[in-house]
Design a protein around this ligand. Structure first.
Ligand code: NAD
Length: 287
């Protein structure tokens, strides 16, 4: 399999990282967002990240020039229709994702691979109303944050996904340094299913918001547990709003099993807009 061009929809935390990673691996990328200014701001961030990487001698001038040439920021209606792959990385909401895929279904060429970067929504639900060919070319591609650095990509197959596409993508990602994992379409896939307890138990331990305890739990999980980040630092990085949506989605998928229930602190943080690094305040403050 060869991936030469990708359309990335949604220019937030994940779309930006995914677009950057593909550009760095010789793939032409068009990045779109419902708000053009959001896509443009993400484009600027990607460019300044490349400039920083160049100043640290991670890439030479020719490489940076090639990466920049690979990235195009476009308007929602303006993008090309003949990409090899389209990756959706918009808000974690089934109906909105389905609207986007229904629109893409009308315009993209038939052989384009459709993929969602959802953290928890069943891929089967997004694919089920599309034509047979589209369903066969549809899977989950779950990148981790930051997508330029994290090696794991979960490749999620539905009952209709063509094996050769899933396996072709597996080999392709491996060739470019990712560590892909094939997994079935179950709530939260692998990592977000297992990680619910990492976050959930930390909230139960915390009970009520207490800054010292937040720091203590993070410190213990890193220094004693061996995790690279503690649960609260990680939620700040992911986005507390995004993590809350994922918790709700996994909870609903398991018929509201109490052990997956979201915690009130999550809702309070979202309601008050303290949703993590992207707004410079979450469990911690960022300058
Ligand atoms: P985000 O809030 O940072 O960005 C979402 C972007 O999508 C925003 O720029 C928004 O304007 C845009 N958008 C929303 N609706 C749109 C539409 N209809 N058309 C075009 N653009 C639209 O979110 P994120 O953290 O990048 O998450 C995106 C997806 O990736 C979610 O499904 C999330 O579950 C998943 N994910 C997130 C993480 C993480 O750590 N944040 C990790 C893996 C997967």
């Amino acid at each position: 399999m060869n991936i030469n061009s990708v359309l990335v929809i949604g220019a937030g935390t994940m779309g930006r990282g995914i677009a950057q990673w593909f550009c760095q691996h010789g793939v032409r990328v068009e990045l779109v967002d419902q708000h053009l200014e959001m896509a443009q701001a993400s484009g600027d961030l990607i460019h300044s990240s490349w400039d920083k990487l160049h100043s640290k001698a991670k890439f030479d001038a020719d490489e940076i020039k090639a990466f920049k040439k690979n990235l195009r920021i476009v308007d929602m209606m303006e993008h090309q229709i003949d990409h090899d792959l389209v990756i959706e990385a918009i808000v974690e909401n089934l109906n909105i994702k389905c609207q986007v895929f229904n629109r893409l279904d009308e315009i993209m060429k038939e052989s384009t691979i459709f993929a969602s970067n959802t953290s928890s929504i069943p891929i089967t639900k997004m694919a089920k109303d599309l034509s047979k060919t589209r369903r066969e070319n549809f899977l989950g591609l779950h990148f981790f944050n930051p997508a330029t650095i994290m090696k794991l990509v979960e490749i999620i197959e539905t009952p209709w996904s063509k094996k050769d596409i899933a396996h072709g993508l597996y080999d392709w990602f491996e060739r470019y340094g990712k560590k892909p994992a094939l997994c079935k379409d179950s709530p939260g896939f692998i990592v977000n299913r297992v990680a619910r307890n990492f976050y959930g138990e930390s909230f139960h331990r915390l009970e009520n918001y207490d800054k010292d305890q937040v720091e203590e739990i993070d410190r213990v999980m890193k220094n004693v547990g061996g995790f690279r980040m503690g649960p609260f630092e990680l939620m700040d990085l992911i986005g507390i709003d995004v993590n809350y949506d994922v918790t709700q989605s996994v909870w609903a998928s398991y018929y509201y099993e109490p052990r997956f229930r979201p915690h009130k602190i999550q809702r309070e943080m979202v309601d008050s807009g303290r949703i993590g690094r992207k707004v410079k305040e979450g469990f911690y403050r960022y300058e």
